[in-house]
Design a protein around this ligand. Structure first.
Ligand code: SF4
Ligand code: SF4
Length: 135
């Protein structure tokens, strides 16, 4: 019996969800690295933007959603303007954050912030880290 192998067969539910939320074709990326080379936030990231998209292609949900990168991304669109394949990586990052937020998982728990820190942190910073920088 012949087994048909197609991209659709290889796609994970995670990849489908990212494509649905971002409206981007993740397989368009051919790993040129231009997004990572121009990202102003990369020094704070644990996984580079082009590695994130590769991991999404491979369906590595846990590794991607556990990364700091998707929360550090500032949605500045530099990568979007540099991508030769027209991939809107900022939308992909937002989709990844949405997947986590829809599970009602806080990236930072309010109860974990010490009172002395709370009294000094500007309110906008709290809103950012509790509801993500992009919301
Ligand atoms: S710039 Fe575009 S094609 Fe190149 S690695 Fe980044 S997302 Fe992929
Ligand atoms: S949108 Fe995010 S990933 Fe893209 S360049 Fe800006 S900070 Fe980096």
């Amino acid at each position: 019996m012949r087994t048909e192998i197609s991209i659709q067969n290889l796609k994970s539910k995670f990849l489908d969800k990212v494509e649905e939320l971002s409206e981007e074709n993740i397989y368009t990326c051919y790993q040129c690295g231009k997004c990572s080379a121009g990202c102003p936030s990369i020094s704070e990231m644990d996984i580079s933007p082009c590695e994130i998209i590769r991991l999404v292609q491979l369906g590595q949900e846990k590794e991607v959603l556990d990364s700091k990168t998707i929360w550090i991304c500032a949605s500045c669109f530099t990568c979007v303007t540099r991508c030769p394949k027209g991939v809107d990586l900022a939308k992909v990052m937002e989709a990844l954050r949405q997947i986590t937020l829809r599970k009602n998982v806080d990236y930072v728990s309010p109860l974990s912030i010490p009172k002395e820190v709370l009294s000094q942190v500007p309110q906008i910073a709290l809103v950012s880290c509790l509801r993500k920088f992009s919301a």
